[in-house]
Design a protein around this ligand. Structure first.
Ligand code: HEC
Ligand code: HEC
Ligand code: HEC
Ligand code: HEC
Ligand code: HEC
Length: 467
């Protein structure tokens, strides 16, 4: 902490430089408007009832009141003597920043409308963009609502076609976060998409996150407004990601369930067993990012956790092997590989506070359509009772339990763990014997070697619709 002053000075300089050139001058500035220039979502709900009900309870609707965000934003503010306030709030309460209601970061000066976070009349009065990342939006509040239609007519407001709204670049304004001082890219969902296969195929964020299709575009015919014409496709506004924790905590079981469905469609597992004569089993578990248009996981990846749990048990219930199991305090055992980003602070030590990050120590997240292979090896003891069952699960949670305990107190919130994919395999004696007999007739091997014959029971999840 002795370099705190130096750090603050650097942050101050950084924010000054950021404000002066790195985000173009055309970007809407803090304090440029008042919150009364924006309409509250309830007004839009009068005619856009279905869209309103999809947005209400989604992460965008709680981006400011999200208790996890509020605690972290307060910590960042404390660590930097308030210099991060405008930076964080610009994406989490854009109207609050434009209306000059931040700082303070605790939300005590926010108007009611600003507490609605990323809302209708914010997104639909964005008239342009000054680039990617760090909330580079250009906002023009007023009667014109920009959207995807070129032939739209409304009795209550003017309409205008905006190509930006139909492209990933709209989302990219906020879904890339660059450290305001040292330029380190701390969140890179847009960049991951841009550099991956989906951008080349023309699949936008909207194609997966604003249609009923979870992993690709799927049409949703209907009306955009009660009195509007019937159209071939209306974009849905649930914009669901992987967050089943905060959505449920703040009262939307619907959005939480949708997040679970999305996580269950994101990856596939493929398991291959081999064994030597000493009953040493080698499992190669292939994990494929089959459904996400960016790396898996993405977003706040120094916090999000995805990992494999492998448990082998003999027929008497005796544990033979385990990895990735949660202990009584909610921590994942040290041996497990966790797919996430590890950031380094100024001393090179790992930190989960991205505002203090200066470098990336490691990042093993899975690229879109990439397959990674994890190897697990264990020995089946001689006294084991066959068949041996092996359960393999790919699991996800929005935050480590100890971070949530640290912020809110021990036992206040339990972070849900979602099983994205699971597979169950049986290693059975009869298979081993028959296969051993084929290979090495007449040889009596004590404890019999086996050749990786397994019976696989795959719990395939029916893909349900998320919309
Ligand atoms: C009195 C009814 C009414 C209210 C209130 C209303 N709208 Fe509309 N809006 C419509 C109708 C009707 C359409 C045309 C639908 C169509 O073309 O399919 C429309 C179209 C739109 C479009 C599409 C524009 C385009 O060109 O793509 C957007 C965006 C929009 N409204 C946003 C809003 C927002 C944001 C609010 C609240 C601030 C709002 N509306 C309030 C009736 C209303
Ligand atoms: C995160 C920004 C965002 C928020 C918040 C948001 N919208 Fe949209 N909305 C969009 C985008 C982007 C599209 C167009 C998607 C496309 O064409 O690819 C859209 C499309 C629309 C349309 C055209 C019909 C359709 O759905 O295709 C209407 C009407 C609309 N939104 C109204 C609303 C209303 C009302 C709210 C609040 C309840 C709202 N939007 C909240 C970004 C947003
Ligand atoms: C004004 C900035 C802004 C824009 C523009 C924006 N988002 Fe977001 N988005 C956020 C913030 C902030 C959150 C996180 C809210 C929270 O954590 O409480 C979020 C959350 C999300 C989530 C939920 C993530 C999870 O973990 O479940 C998804 C999915 C998402 N946005 C998709 C989109 C898409 C698709 C677009 C473009 C159509 C878009 N966003 C445009 C700021 C924005
Ligand atoms: C091919 C479909 C697809 C495309 C395209 C896509 N996503 Fe996703 N997205 C997913 C799936 C599946 C998940 C759930 C797995 C995960 O968390 O990564 C997800 C998760 C997310 C999350 C939550 C991540 C977390 O774990 O906290 C955010 C935020 C998000 N997407 C934003 C975006 C943005 C922004 C774009 C465009 C730049 C985009 N997505 C493009 C399918 C897609
Ligand atoms: C450029 C826009 C942007 C800025 C600036 C930004 N965020 Fe976010 N924040 C997001 C988006 C987008 C998400 C959702 C990503 C995801 O779901 O993984 C998010 C998610 C979060 C979450 C996770 C919430 C949850 O419920 O899981 C926390 C906590 C958070 N941000 C804190 C902060 C803090 C603290 C700052 C300032 C130091 C900050 N953010 C600055 C865009 C931003």
């Amino acid at each position: 902490m002795n370099n705190k002053f130096a750090r603050i000075a650097i942050i101050f300089l950084g924010l000054f430089l950021t404000a002066s050139f790195s985000l173009a001058a055309e970007q809407t500035q803090a304090g440029q408007y008042s919150s009364s220039q924006f309409d509250r979502p309830g007004i839009c709900a009068g005619c856009h009832g279905i869209i309103y009900s999809q947005w209400d309870g989604a992460m965008h609707s709680v981006s400011e009141i999200d208790p996890f965000y509020m605690k972290e934003a307060q910590e960042a503010s404390n660590d930097t003597d308030g210099f991060t306030d405008l930076f964080c709030a610009r994406c989490h309460t854009p109207i609050g920043v434009m209306a000059g209601e931040v700082p303070p970061i605790d939300g005590s000066k926010l108007s009611e409308i600003s507490k609605n976070g990323v809302q209708c009349d914010f997104c639909h009065t964005v008239s342009g963009s000054a680039g990617i990342g760090n909330a580079a939006f250009i906002s023009t509040p007023g009667n014109i609502k920009w959207g995807p239609f070129s032939d739209s007519e409304s009795p209550s407001h003017e309409t205008a076609f905006s190509e930006l709204h139909t492209k990933a670049e709209f989302c990219g304004m906020c879904h890339d976060v660059i450290h305001p001082v040292n330029g380190l890219q701390v969140e890179a969902t847009y960049t991951e998409w841009k550099e991956g296969p989906y951008s080349k195929e023309g699949e936008q964020c909207q194609g997966c996150h604003m249609t009923p299709g979870i992993t690709q575009f799927e049409a949703n015919p209907g009306k955009a407004a009660a009195m509007g014409p019937k159209r071939d496709h209306i974009f849905t506004h649930n914009t669901v990601g992987g967050n089943a924790f905060i959505t449920e905590l703040l009262g939307s079981k619907t959005h939480a369930n949708m997040a679970i469905e999305r996580l269950k469609s994101a990856a596939t597992l493929d398991i291959d067993f081999t064994a030597d004569k000493n009953e040493t089993v080698t499992m190669n578990v292939s994990i494929t990012n089959s459904g996400a248009g960016h790396r898996l996981p993405t977003g706040l990846t120094e916090i999000r956790e995805m990992w494999l749990e492998v448990i082998a048990t003999d027929n008497a219930g005796k544990k033979i092997y385990q990895s990735g199991v949660i202990d009584n305090d909610g921590n994942i055992d040290n041996g497990a590989v966790i797919y996430k980003t590890v950031l380094a602070d100024a001393n090179g030590s790992p930190t989960t506070k991205f505002w203090l990050a200066e470098d990336v120590i490691s990042d093993n997240r899975i690229f879109p359509r990439e397959t990674v292979v994890e190897k697990h090896t264990f020995v089946i003891p001689e006294d084991a009772i066959y068949p041996v069952s092996v359960s393999t699960k790919l699991r996800y949670r929005s935050a480590p339990q100890d971070i949530i305990d640290h912020l809110f107190g021990e036992g206040v919130y339990e972070v849900p763990i979602i099983d994205m994919v699971e597979k169950s395999n049986l290693i059975s004696t009869s298979n081993i014997i028959s296969s051993a007999a084929n290979q090495e007739p007449k040889q009596n091997i004590p404890g019999f070697g086996f050749f990786g014959v397994v019976v696989a029971f795959i719990f395939a999840y029916g893909k349900r619709r998320v919309n």
